[in-house]
Design a protein around this ligand. Structure first.
Ligand SMILES: NC(=O)c1ccc[n+]([C@@H]2O[C@H](COP(=O)([O-])OP(=O)(O)OC[C@H]3O[C@@H](n4cnc5c(N)ncnc54)[C@H](OP(=O)(O)O)[C@@H]3O)[C@@H](O)[C@H]2O)c1
Length: 266
């Protein structure tokens, strides 16, 4: 298998490492097309693939070409990339909010997959949702899924519009999690703990609770009930959350993120 990653910044490098880790490609068959000089030097030092430019003719010999530049760099990139692509190339774009139709028309290509990963991909614990245009065969989609799955779990959606909701839920999700933790840690500080102690109490609690959720075979409501006894301390917190519409606020925020994602992808 031959793969090209176009734009080898944070995400591009995560994929390069994941493909090598699972022996999906050898470093001789992995092209890293990057324009940033400093980044190029870093990639050369890492020695994880062939560093090249975007108009390198070898790119079109790749079984899959991954587009991992920022959405705002896509137009400039396309001018060069178009010169080397062939009609049967398969492209996977991870550019947030960039619709299949736009990539198709700008690059004049037919076989496009659009994926939305998230940052835990770095640890192989990511969540990636993807969609494909109508030209791709099941076999080609499966091939792409194998690549995307090297960074965590994958889910395929036929309806591209759902990727805006994915962006809001799992794409931005890590930030919501960190936000909740930050507020819990701040509450700990308010009650007299130093930052490190408060962070330890909160982080271990969240880690343990997550595993409990995955193993206890109970619903979230049941798990909440098990901690919150009537008239007790947890109930005092939960009642205050309800009064302050914390849950509703969280849900509304996520829906706002979905709306912003669809606005940006227009
Ligand atoms: N980071 C995430 O958690 C995440 C999650 C989901 C999706 N994404 C998507 O992943 C994509 C990449 O994000 P990132 O955080 O990895 O960005 P990044 O670190 O900025 O990486 C992009 C790289 O591409 C280079 N580049 C720009 N134009 C190029 C061109 N014409 N030819 C070759 N290389 C070019 C950039 O160079 P310069 O620095 O010089 O511009 C940079 O090194 C984005 O579209 C983003 O929406 C990211």
């Amino acid at each position: 298998m031959k793969i090209t990653i176009v734009g080898c910044g944070n995400m591009g490098l995560i994929y390069a490492r994941a493909f090598l880790k699972y022996n999906i490609v050898s470093k001789e068959n992995l092209l890293l097309a990057e324009k940033n000089e400093t980044r190029k030097q870093e990639l050369l030092k890492l020695n994880i693939g062939e560093v090249c430019v975007v108009n390198d003719n070898r790119i079109s010999d790749s079984d899959i070409i991954i587009l991992a530049v920022k959405p705002q760099d896509f137009n400039e990139l396309s001018l060069e990339l178009k010169q080397v692509l062939k009609p049967n190339n398969i492209l996977i774009s991870i550019m947030a909010g960039m619709k299949l139709e736009r990539i198709e028309s700008v690059l004049e290509q037919k076989n496009i997959i659009r994926a939305m990963p998230n940052s835990p991909a770095e640890l192989g614990m990511g969540m990636t949702a993807f969609t494909a245009n109508k030209n791709l065969t099941m076999e080609q989609i499966r091939k792409a899924e194998n690549l995307l799955g090297t960074t965590g779990r994958t889910v395929f959606f036929e309806n591209e519009d759902l990727l805006d909701a994915v962006t809001a839920l799992s794409g931005s999700g890590p930030a919501y999690f960190f936000y909740i933790l930050k507020n819990m840690i701040d509450a700990g500080k308010e009650m007299g703990f130093d930052e490190a102690t408060s962070a330890m109490l909160v982080k271990q609690t969240m880690l343990g609770s997550f595993h409990l959720l995955n193993t206890a075979n109970k619903s979230l409501d049941e798990l909440i009930k098990a901690v919150a006894s009537k008239g007790g301390t947890t109930e005092a917190a939960l009642t205050s959350f309800e009064t302050n519409k914390v849950g509703k606020g969280l849900q509304e925020g996520i829906i706002k993120a979905r709306d912003r994602a669809s606005e940006l992808s227009k």
